[in-house]
Design a protein around this ligand. Structure first.
Ligand SMILES: Cc1cc2nc3c(=O)[nH]c(=O)nc-3n(C[C@H](O)[C@H](O)[C@H](O)COP(=O)(O)O)c2cc1C
Length: 336
């Protein structure tokens, strides 16, 4: 099983990706950028462009094979193809189309999971993309993968979607086993995921399949694998994408591949490096701390009875206050 680091808007930016790759090398085979928007104006936002510039992502270009996948948010083939060419020119080898974002600002513009509402339109968009890819020299060698949900409101929508995906030479199909209306709530729809994958194969879909949803621990992984086995799809799923689980436990992929569990000194080093990484491009202490708080929202689960100490981290307004509060939580709370 391969493990991938999921795209997470505003969180999995280049400092995090580089530091994670440096410290937990080998356990994650691909990282995804949060989506870059393929706007009608044919300009990337500065923040998004900055995040994918090769100069900020040098560890991912070693050996001339980029293990960083850039994700595009687009609602039509024209802007997708423009963005894909720009990204190909930067040296990336795989581009991923976002068909899963449930935010209403995205869905209402018929992007992200919004594209799942009109399968015929999605079919024509993919047809235009793959036809143009064949006829565009800059795009010939680039791989295009999809990250989708099972539908908008009902998992039975997935059958039709799988018939469509099976028609195109996508390089990988990642499925977040929820529908748009689930957002990130409830448990993933594992039975629907399994039957959809069978449908995808029945329709001739050949792409490797990546599962995504609620893998936080070895137990979650094993339970999910059991489910795949009882549904006869174990051999069909070659990778798992980890999102909130790997933010909570940066060593999760290592643990799932039989390696050591996360240690407190490792987590401390990771947080110290993240602070330094964010400090390089975020001007004020306060804003660096806000960025780190996005991580603490996941990481605090490692500390028992930590409310008081966590509050001090949240209240920190200077680097000194923040570092002292972090030292305190490590010194005072049991690490689990
Ligand atoms: C804050 C946040 C931001 C996200 N941003 C993106 C994104 O930019 N692109 C994307 O495809 N998915 C995005 N996702 C979805 C995750 O990649 C992943 O599919 C989801 O969290 C389910 O996986 P998990 O249960 O392992 O977290 C985001 C999720 C969260 C919670």
């Amino acid at each position: 099983m391969n493990f991938y680091f999921a795209p997470m808007e505003s969180i999995t930016m280049y400092p995090l990706r580089n530091i994670h790759k440096d410290m937990f090398a080998g356990s994650v085979s691909k990282y995804y950028s949060p989506f870059v928007t393929a706007a009608k104006s044919k300009h990337f936002k500065n923040r998004e462009k900055n995040d994918i510039l090769p100069v900020h992502n040098t560890p991912f270009f070693e050996g001339n094979v980029s293990s960083l996948v850039v994700q595009i948010m687009s609602g039509n083939s024209e802007t997708f193809l423009w963005a894909a060419k720009e990204i190909a020119q930067l040296g990336y080898k795989e581009i991923n189309l976002n068909l899963g974002c449930p935010a209403s600002t995205v869905v209402n513009r018929h992007k992200g999971a919004g594209l799942l509402a009109d399968p015929d339109y999605l079919d024509s968009m993919l047809s235009e993309i793959f036809e143009a890819k064949e006829n565009t020299p800059e795009l010939k060698d680039i791989e295009i993968s999809l990250k989708t949900r099972l539908g908008i409101a009902d998992e039975n929508e997935a059958g039709k979607l799988m018939e469509i995906y099976a028609k195109y030479p996508i390089s990988e199909l990642t499925v977040h086993a929820r529908v748009k209306d689930d957002f990130y709530k409830n448990t993933p729809r594992l039975d629907a995921f399994c039957s959809s994958m069978k449908r995808y194969r029945e329709c001739g879909g050949k792409a490797p399949i990546c599962y995504n949803g609620n893998i936080f621990s070895k137990k979650d992984y094993e339970d999910t694998m059991d489910k795949f086995e009882s549904n006869g799809i174990t051999n069909e799923v070659s990778s798992m994408m980890l999102g909130r689980g790997i933010l909570e436990n940066p060593a999760l992929a290592r643990e799932l591949t039989g390696g050591e569990v996360l240690t407190a000194p490792e987590l401390k080093e990771y947080l110290t490096k993240l602070y330094a990484g964010y400090e390089e491009y975020i001007p004020e202490d306060r804003n660096v701390i806000f960025k780190l708080l996005e991580h603490w929202a996941f990481i605090h689960t490692h500390f028992a009875n930590c409310d008081k100490y966590l509050k001090a981290i949240r209240k920190a307004r200077s680097k000194g206050e923040y570092l002292a509060a972090v030292r305190n939580i490590f010194a005072s709370c049991e690490f689990k």
